[in-house]
Design a protein around this ligand. Sequence first.
Ligand SMILES: Cc1cc2nc3c(=O)[nH]c(=O)nc-3n(C[C@H](O)[C@H](O)[C@H](O)COP(=O)(O)OP(=O)(O)OC[C@H]3O[C@@H](n4cnc5c(N)ncnc54)[C@H](O)[C@@H]3O)c2cc1C
Length: 423
Amino acid sequence: MTAARTLIVGAGVTGLATAAALSEEKDDDFIVLEADSEVGGWCKTVKKDGFVWDYSGHFFHFKHPEIEQWLRARMPGRVRVIEKKSFIAYGGRKIDFPFQKNIHQLPRQDFIDCLHDLYFARSSDVQREAAPEGNFEEMLYARLGRSICEKFLVPYNEKLYACSLATLDKDAMGRFFPHADLTDIVRNMKRPDNASYNATFTYPEGGAIEYVRALERAVAPGKVSLVEPLVSIDLSSKTARTSKREIRFDRLVSSAPFNRLAAMASLDHDPSTWAWNKVLVFNLGFDAKGDRGVHWVYYPSRETSFYRVGWYDNIFDTDRMSLYVEIGFPSDARIDVAAMRDRVLADLRREGVVTGQRLVAEHSVVLDPAYVHVTKRSIAEHRRLAAALGERGVYSLGRYGGWTYCAIEDNIVEARALVTSLG
Ligand SMILES: Cc1cc2nc3c(=O)[nH]c(=O)nc-3n(C[C@H](O)[C@H](O)[C@H](O)COP(=O)(O)OP(=O)(O)OC[C@H]3O[C@@H](n4cnc5c(N)ncnc54)[C@H](O)[C@@H]3O)c2cc1C
């Protein structure tokens, strides 16, 4: 039987950041198991016919300069720093993001509706009792009023999450939800400050995978075992069974989706606790340029299949339109990719994204899971089960291991903190 002090499950950002942190501590007694034939998880990049596409639009906003510097020191290629231009498609025009801070850009009657409802939702002068904020939907209505919710926040987020927003915890999006109050919104009408939420982003010339490669470069060759999924864990004997062998471990760090880890470790729990969406992504390359001055657009209209479209060519400053298109589905949906492709191309034409350009290259992928549904129940169960696993030396990290909403930088911070705490 093989033995390793630390067994790492998954060679995405979280697993490789854990391996890199151990390597920096001069601890090389670890194995990384990866089910797929390549590293990267959802941070993979596809290169085709001169186009560079990620699995899905991935852009980076580092809050810890030392993490960004550490990564950049291990990246040979150029990293672009881009001033973000993102919009919302609304009634045939483009509104600056975030919607709630730019209601003055709406048609007059929509603006009046939004301002009126915002005032009566938030004004302490007129509000006798605070409206309930028991879930994500209630939080949106209580803080921003009916019209902002119904014109953008609810349809957009329902398209993305593919569920009722009333099922989600009020903090389901954590810091990624652009909060704004009446004062911010009114101030923004004369002094625009849309910049406060991710004003710039970085993007490597070689795609998001370059950040993964930087982590991989800090790990000794041969430490990652590809096409070797973890299959089950015996917590009492601290033994993992993979598709190829049995491995005895002292501690196991998993970035696999938490529902699957709980099943692999035979934890006594209710699997219906876990809900998530999946996202179908089309990457589309065209023979000629499209819109300029835009990086991505949000589409709240329920008639339009996608919730977001991004323009890689405006990031790379190239002359052929290169798009990613994202569509949310419930986790149990059966997706007819060919039918969706036809619908997406028709919707892109109707929305004026594709005018005369000819499609010359394409790629598609289904991210499953993509956005986990953070609910009161999932938070409580994750806490309970993670504590039970921790007592056996098993730690579940990352976006899916933590059953949370986060970015790659959070994955690196979390992996480093765990390695430090384990000693
Ligand atoms: C649509 C979308 C857009 C995003 N945009 C951004 C963005 O703009 N900026 C940003 O910073 N972040 C973004 N993210 C988040 C980012 O993708 C994640 O934070 C990051 O990829 C999570 O890495 P991870 O290693 O935790 O998980 P994953 O990427 O899921 O990696 C887990 C790895 O574990 C492997 N695995 C699973 N089960 C097993 C098993 N049983 N045995 C062995 N291996 C296994 C998988 O194959 C995978 O390689 C986005 C995510 C999505 C879905």
